[in-house]
Design a protein around this ligand. Structure first.
Ligand code: MG
Length: 360
């Protein structure tokens, strides 16, 4: 078969020569031949299918690193990858839609909690923390109350991680007892600043305990709104309409390498430095991720430390979360699952079920 010039191939694939040159540079689609004298690129007609697939995936908005992954897969697995990408886009879009709806109401001065929710939303909750089967000490802390759920995974080179995680959660607890008067996110951000100051105070009073710090993932409810704060590699998941979404982003070295396309998710899971944090609460004033969400009756939120998420696969989490009704039983079973998988790390879980029950 005769090779096509880049112009002819561009017309046939409905891509521009400029796009084809970019895909060549990115190694998504190499020309079959390059003229050594002129540098002209030539393509084989059989490359048309790959070129069209690249163009379609671009139209879908898929990032280049992910397109490269799809191209490496067999058609069945490539289909799964595209479906997975789209599910992620939909979840992110839904979260943005909630935020947009909130902002529209907020800017118009409407109180969404009064208008859209005739019955106040409440949460049913449970929390549990366990040392696991390998560690002598438990540095994780979990908390659940009527307005607040939180997990923290403490660290310290010579110990003290347990006190760092407990101090961080203690600083947040007053939000549970006293609903914030003003903006939910501001209240949570201020509480995290207090938590950070507690860790700093602990580090000052215990100079023999270097490297003190903690992760912190917490949620605070008010009406139908919830504010989420997150720093480190503990996680928050949402089970909604039968689907499980991870709604936090790990602040780890390997996750940043995945984001840059330098590691795949599978490689990250077994990477020797997978636990290396790039952000944590260490008393130095690091800013956490903060976001506002609209809770719905029927939502189930799980917060957990890496002692659960690193050893229990997502599909097992999904099964337990979607089949076990009682929050206490859920956290108990999740801890048991982590321990059945070796329990190599401390485990913290906090669960919140959003219900439309009126106060009893
Ligand atoms: Mg841990």
């Amino acid at each position: 078969m005769e090779l096509l010039t880049i112009g002819a191939f561009a017309r046939a694939s409905r891509l521009s020569p400029k796009a084809l040159r970019l895909y060549d540079e990115l190694e998504l689609l190499r020309p079959a031949q390059v003229d050594p004298a002129s540098g002209y690129r030539f393509y084989h007609p059989e490359q048309l299918e790959r070129a069209r697939l690249v163009a379609w995936l671009r139209r879908l908005g898929m990032p280049l690193v992910r397109i490269r992954r799809v191209l490496e897969l067999e058609p069945d697995l490539a289909a799964d990858e595209v479906a997975g990408y789209w599910a992620q886009v939909m979840a992110e879009t839904a979260a943005r839609q909630d935020l947009a709806a909130f902002l529209v109401d907020h800017l118009k001065g409407r109180d969404t909690t009064m208008n859209s929710t005739p019955t106040a939303l409440r949460i049913r909750y449970a929390a549990r923390s366990d040392a696991g089967l390998v560690r002598a000490r438990n540095d994780d802390t979990a908390y659940a109350g009527t307005r607040l759920v939180a997990v923290a995974d403490g660290m310290g080179a010579q110990g003290g991680g347990d006190r760092a995680s407990a101090a961080a959660i203690e600083a947040l607890k007053q939000l549970d007892h006293q609903p914030p008067a003003g903006d939910l996110l501001n209240a949570l951000e201020e509480a995290v600043a207090r938590a950070d100051a507690s860790v700093a105070g602990l580090a000052r009073s215990e100079p023999e305990l270097p490297g003190l710090g903690t992760t912190l993932t917490a949620m605070l409810w008010s009406g139908s709104q919830l504010a989420l704060v997150h720093i480190g590699d503990s996680r928050a998941y949402l089970l909604r309409d039968g689907e499980l979404f991870q709604i936090t982003h790990d602040h780890t070295l390997v996750q940043s390498m995945v984001d840059e396309g330098r590691l795949t998710l599978d490689e990250a899971a077994s990477h020797p430095q997978r636990a290396l944090l790039i952000r944590a609460l260490t008393g130095g004033g690091t800013r956490p991720d903060l976001s506002l969400h609209t809770a719905r009756a029927g939502d189930r939120y799980l917060l957990c430390s890496d002692g659960l998420s690193a050893v229990v696969p997502g599909d097992r989490l999904h099964t337990v979360l979607s089949t076990v009704a009682d929050p206490e039983q859920v956290v108990q079973q999740l801890v048991e699952l982590a321990n059945r998988n070796g329990g190599p790390d401390n485990i913290a879980c906090a669960l919140a079920d959003v219900t439309a029950e009126s106060p009893s």
